[in-house]
Ligand binder design. Structure first.
Ligand SMILES: Cc1cc2nc3c(=O)[nH]c(=O)nc-3n(C[C@H](O)[C@H](O)[C@H](O)COP(=O)(O)OP(=O)(O)OC[C@H]3O[C@@H](n4cnc5c(N)ncnc54)[C@H](O)[C@@H]3O)c2cc1C
Length: 280
């Protein structure tokens, strides 16, 4: 365990206290990833800064053109929130596949993002929802495309002490489908996952955004498949071609959880099912 855990309740309190903390440090939100790293002996920081009750990170707000979701929001808070259900349906959908109910009550969306896992369910849903991340360092804010600072498993380009404050999701009317293949029916880490946000009109896809998990070193989008599907009327031929395209734009690997070929296959099956769903 770290020597000390400091806890703050507002960003003002956090920023004014940082200078006094001359130890190696990390933020602690729900601790569900951090404590696993600790148990593997990978966690050596002297001080954890508990941000789980910082009020500015616990907001879900309907702003003019965007929805703001604070990084400290717990996964379980996403499922039935009316703003999330209306404008970020992918996130609401993702919750039922996300760990167990007890973990959901502790784990935060911000922790899921900063941990930068290729299997992160929250990041998968945010990426398909075209989210940006809002970073904050002593009240200097940067708003960046969600995936632009994720560099690989557990690798994220944050400045020292920079906090993920929250996520901005554009208010685009759409529906979402979220699929995740796990070793068990419930409560498993993803072998492969697909999330699609779409708006269909008379079987034509007017809007489509696709993100994938566990097929690359980080969560990725599927731009070629999106481009192919945009404004197309969905029929069996289009579904078949889209499935070929999505398989050609990913290069998964074999690892402890699954095999590359299986991952490709399951992604194309998920896309096929999702496209059938878009046309009812
Ligand atoms: C049993 C189990 C099952 C799980 N199942 C799933 C699953 O099905 N799907 C899934 O996606 N994940 C799963 N996870 C992983 C984990 O629960 C999630 O990634 C979770 O969202 C992490 O959030 P946290 O608040 O616990 O992060 P923490 O452990 O508190 O933090 C993780 C990392 O992010 C940093 N951090 C946290 N918040 C911020 C912030 N706002 N700004 C800057 N840095 C920050 C911390 O310093 C740390 O490096 C599982 C974990 C366990 C233990």
């Amino acid at each position: 365990m770290p020597e000390i855990i400091e806890k703050y309740y507002s960003l003002k309190e956090l920023w004014s206290s940082l200078n006094k903390l001359n130890k190696s440090r990390k933020y602690l939100a729900g601790g569900t990833d951090l404590t696993i790293s600790l148990s593997y002996g990978e966690e050596k920081t002297e001080l954890w800064i508990d941000i789980s009750d910082i009020k500015e990170l616990s907001l879900i707000e309907d702003r003019k053109e965007f929805v703001f979701i604070g990084a400290g929001i717990k996964v379980s808070q996403l499922e039935n929130n009316p703003i999330v259900k209306k404008w970020v349906p992918a996130l609401a959908e993702s919750v039922k596949y996300y760990a167990s109910p007890s973990i959901r009550n502790t784990a935060t969306l911000g922790g899921n993002y900063v941990n930068a896992s290729p299997c992160a369910d929250g990041v998968l849903a945010l990426a398909a929802s075209q989210a940006s991340v809002v970073l904050n360092l002593k009240n200097r804010r940067r708003t960046l495309p969600l995936l632009s600072i994720i560099k690989g498993p557990k690798k994220i380009d944050l400045k020292k002490d920079e906090i993920a404050e929250g996520f901005l999701v554009p208010k685009i009317k759409h529906e979402a489908v979220f699929y995740k293949m796990m070793a068990r029916k419930r409560f498993g880490i993803s072998k492969a996952g697909l999330c699609i946000c779409y708006r269909a009109n008379n079987k034509k896809l007017e809007y489509v955004s696709i993100a994938l998990s566990s097929v690359a070193p980080s969560i990725v989008k599927a731009p070629k498949t999106e481009e192919f599907l945009k404004n197309k009327k969905i029929d069996q031929n289009i579904v078949k071609k889209a499935c070929e395209i999505i398989k050609s734009e990913i290069s998964p690997i074999d690892d402890i959880r699954s095999q590359a070929e299986y991952r490709k296959e399951i992604i194309s099956v998920f896309l096929q099912r999702a496209l059938q769903k878009t046309i009812g």
